[in-house]
Design a protein around this ligand. Sequence first.
Ligand code: CTP
Length: 136
Amino acid sequence: MNERPTTVVTFGTFDVFHVGHLRVVQRAAALGDRLVVGVSADALNVRKKGRAPVFSEAERMEIVRSLKPVHEVFLEESLEQKRDYLLEHHADVLVMGDDWAGKFDEFEDICRVVYLPRTPAISTTALIEKISDMGS
Ligand code: CTP
């Protein structure tokens, strides 16, 4: 019997790529057969975090696309389009970091929603601050 492959979808900025990003990608991929990653657009980051990412959306997509567990990437242009993205990419599982715990339960009608614990003590914001401090 040929079963349809399980598609996992996750989202993120993945700016100044670090080991916390790698681990969430690896753990998300382990929940299915195909991992599709929505990389958030530069303009969305400006709206969401009040600053542009260090690396452009094209560069961030290129890095994430090159990771062994990633099958496909797409540009996430709007937070309001999550449901459309999930349907378009045939998501069976949505993976988010547990900093979003409970916030995406509304999508349980179309896919399984899993929140993974973040890797402790590392973030893009902390890395940018650390690197900036080195120069002062
Ligand atoms: N992530 C993680 N562990 C970390 C940092 C991020 O598991 N220490 C996960 C997030 O939960 C998310 C994905 O990596 O699923 C992309 O997160 P992103 O917001 O791009 O990375 P951060 O390092 O959290 O960035 P920032 O500091 O700008 O919020």
